[in-house]
Structure formats: structure tokens, C-alpha cells
Design a protein around this ligand. Sequence first.
Ligand code: AMP
Ligand code: MG
Length: 357
Amino acid sequence: MSWVLFMTVTKVAVLTEENVDEGIIKEAGKILRTGGLVAFPTETVYGLGGDALQKESSEKIYRAKGRPSDNPLIVHICRWEAVEKIAKEIPPEAEVLAENFWPGPLTMILKKSETVPAETTGGLSTVAIRMPQNKIALALIDAAGGYVAAPSANVSGKPSPTMAEHVEEDLEGKIEMILDGGTVGIGLESTIVDLTEGRPVILRPGYITKEMLEAVLKAEVDVDKTLLEADSGQAPRAPGMKYRHYAPKGEMTVVFGQVRDVTCTIQGLVREKMLAGEKVGVICTEETKDFYSADFVVSAGTGTDEEMIARRLYGILRQFDRDEVTYIYSEAFSDRGIGQAVMNRLLKAAGYHMIET
Ligand code: AMP
Ligand code: MG
């Protein structure tokens, strides 16, 4: 069977942040330096890494993910000096944000230097840069030479991976190595802030909120209009945000309102669909889970623990895909703190299909 010859054997190596195995990191770094791909944990989601300065590596990333090549990659670095090599014109805001939030779940968009190939930035004259906090990620970036392009390690259209098993499910046989560092801490992708046009603009919400950015910049931060409305009629400034990312196979609806109204509405819809022979999943909270009776009732955590909900969301959506759920009803969650990012991803997954009770 000749097609077998074109498959890559994917090595999975388990390691921990407390004691990062140098031998494994050296091996993974060599794969990246020589143009291969390695998936690795970060504090947000798992990334699919390739050398950001080799255009062939970026092309391989797009192929492995099945990602449109106009959707730029985030370059991951492990020291501040790297910014000076890949960006030109570094505004003072970038230094303030780096001091306060790097290493961490914040990506900054800056004007790119010639060093970064157009393939890595999807043809844009700007580059997205992040210094992650995960120690495995930092060691790998260093071993790879300091510049690792890494989008989320899922195939396009699936939720981002929050554990190594998700990466295997999507990319086994397509990449050289997966570093398994366990379940990630945050569970949603980094906040993206654009610093190329005067006032900073959030292009994608994440763990670092608008309020947190404003507090350290002592200035106002805008939010890209396309994040606030289902159809603003404008193209989003982060090209990736225009795609219907994070989409489960089942048809998903998010229900807003008072707890009592939400649970009654969802349970009514569940009953109707189950009678029609559909397989139905509900995403709810610890407080409401006993109100439902469906094929799958999954609590994302207590309603006041937005961080727990963020950490669990993508895993729940993936499990519904595996269970071949055909209809998904989710309660709307609190939009406090990282809850904003949770609701952004939830509504995107639902294709903005929502009910106000
Ligand atoms: P992912 O790596 O899967 O988290 O996706 C990266 C996100 O960053 C996508 O939504 C991209 O469109 C966005 N992005 C990357 N580079 C840029 C850039 N130079 N300008 C605007 N958005 C960017
Ligand atoms: Mg992604």
C-alpha cells in the first residue's frame, strides 16, 4: 500500500513542566530546526509548531491543519530581544504589555521586519508575537532557535486542543512529534491586541481582558467591532476570526435569560428533538444539571467559576463530536473576566444561533 510511505510516524513524548526533559526537548528542537513539525503545550491551548523563519515550515503547518493560507500564524518567542529581530517600529505600549503580561496569554500585532517570511504572516505586513508561559513551550522555542510559528494544533474547523489526546486525534501521522504536557491551564486561545494603528485594539478576547490592558497602559483600548456583533458587515482584522472556527458537528444553540426560563426552554427543545430521534447534548452548570434529561448532560463547572468553564469548553465540544450528538443546547454563561472569551467562542461555535428567553 504505497500511501503508507507518505505517512509520518508521530512520536508522542510525555513530559512535565516541573522537570522538563532536556533530551526530549533537544530532539524536538532539532526536528523544528530541520523543517519538521512538533505540537506542544502552552498555557492557553496546544500549539502546532514549525520554524517561523522557514517558509517551508509555515507551508507545512497550513497543510497539516488544512488551514487557509491567508490566515496568519502567531510567532512564539522566549526572550524579549526576539521582538527586535522580527518586528520593526516597536511602540512603547508593546514594552509595557510585555513587562506586565509576558510570558503569558497575550499576543501582540506589530509591523513585521523582512526576517519573517510572508508565508508565516499570511501575506500581511504585520506579525503576531507571543511569549508563552508554559516551561515546556519556552524550552522548545529556545531549542528551536527562538522563533516558532504555532497556531492551535487542531485541524481547521475543530475546537482547539486542550490535551495531547486531542492533538493525536487530529494530527497523528501528519507531524513528527507531540509533546504531551497534560491538560492545559486556561483552555482558550490568547488575547490578541493590535498595536499597529495608534490606539490598541483587541482582535480576539482571551484571559487578558480589556480592563487588564487598560489598567497597565493607563489608556483606552478598543475592541474590534466584528467581535461584538454577529454580522457587522465588516471583515474582522484578525483574518482567522472570519472563519467559523470551533464548530461542533451538531447544530448548536445558546440560550440566554433567567435561569428558570433558560432551563425550561432548553428542556422543551431537548424533548422535542429526542422525540424526533435526534441525539441531544446539553452544556450547563453544576447548579442546573439536575433540571435536564437528555442523551448527554454535561456541567462545565459552577456558574461563578468562569475559569473552569473556559478550561472545559473545548473538551466538551470534542466529546459531543465523538458521541455524534446532532443537537447541542448550551446555557449562556457569565461574561465576567475570561467569561467574555468563553461567550465569544461559544457563540462562534453556535454560528451565532441564539435564543433570548
Ligand atoms: P491560532 O494560531 O489558531 O490561535 O490563530 C491565530 C489567530 O491570530 C488567527 O485568528 C489569526 O488571524 C490571528 N493573527 C495572526 N497574525 C495576525 C496578524 N498579523 N494580524 C492580525 N491577526 C493575526
Ligand atoms: Mg486556531
